[in-house]
Every structure is written in C-alpha cells, then in structure tokens.
Design a protein around this ligand. Sequence first.
Ligand SMILES: [Zn+2]
Length: 219
Amino acid sequence: MKIMQCWDDSVATDEPLIALLKKYRAKATFNITPGSLDPHQRTSGWKFKDEFAVYKLALDEIKDLYQGFKVAGHSMTHPHLPQLSPAELKAELCDCKAFIRDFIGQEKCGFAYPFGDYNEAVKQAVRDAGYLYARSCKNVECELPLNDPMALPSHCHFMSPDFWIRYEKVRAIDGIFYFWGHSYEMMDDPALWGEFESKLARIADDNQAQWIDIVDIFG
Ligand SMILES: [Zn+2]
C-alpha cells in the first residue's frame, strides 16, 4: 500500500512535526498560506481550544524548513473561496501558485481548499491556475477515487479514532491511504505528539507500506 499525508496552514508546530517525519523517513505535503505570513518573523495566529497559542511561520524560514518535503497551495490568505469575486479568487490562487514556483522552487503542486470550501467555479479556477489536484474535506472509506482530482478526498484526519481501521481496510486492497491534519492540534502536549509518533513508527515497521507524495500521482 501507499501512504500520503498533508498538513495545513504553515504554522510553527510544523517544525517539531518535520523533525518527527524525518526520523521515520515519512513523506509529507505542507499546504501553505504565504499571504498570511510575516516576511521575517513568526506571528501570533489564534488560540486553539482556547488554550494553545498558534504561531504562524515567517515567510523567510519556510523554504528551508520544508526542504525535502512537498509544498502545496492553501490560498494566499485562507478566505472562504466561494465568497470571493472572480478577480479576488484568481489572485488568491495564482499568487500562491507563483510563490510556490518562484520562492520555494517547486513547479508542480496541488492545493487544499481553505475550510474545505469550494463550488464548481472554485474548482475550475483552481484547475485554471495550474494546480494538479485539490483536497476537499470529504472522507472515503476504502479505495481513494482519483477520477476528480479537483475534489480529492482523504481517508481521515490524523487523530481520527478509526485511523487504524481505515488504514487496515486500504492495506487489504493494497490501495492508497491518505490522512491530513494541523500540527497545532497536538499543541505542546507530549501525549498527543507521542501518539502521532507511534503512528509513524507503526507505518515505518509495516513492510507493505510505502510513503508517496500526493503530487506524484497527478504529475
Ligand atoms: Zn487551513
């Protein structure tokens, strides 16, 4: 089976996450919002669960931090895309795509809809902007459908209680297993980080499992 994962919102907790991913040689894609980042310093974002202060990465650190991983678009500023005018929509998509090409140096990339929010016009605009796929927030049980790349579902969130049930179903058909998350959801809680590390360790020990990059399916 093949395994793919992606992480949203370009946040400071991606740094310890990346250390873990490297330890277990796991591939991952990071969905970034470059227009919401300060050029030179990490900035305070929002409170997660009213207790954990989420910090956004600085623009000038993301190229080095994400080195060795894939980057994908998540729009410039994380708006509800269906609410934008066509010109605003195009700017959110094309500026983010240009940033990934010119600043990160990655030609082919995918996209993740902010808030999982899209309609037919948004799908078409993402396709027109040159993205190769776009992740929705829909879940599938077993086989990952690849027939509509602009509405790519996943199997589950990384903390989903049925993570392993879904994993085993996909393993039984030698399919592609895809999960996603936000690194800030682990906050500074060693138990949550440990739980995710145990997932990476179990996958690393599974000789049927092989990490792949999402964009490689569509590129
Ligand atoms: Zn997001």
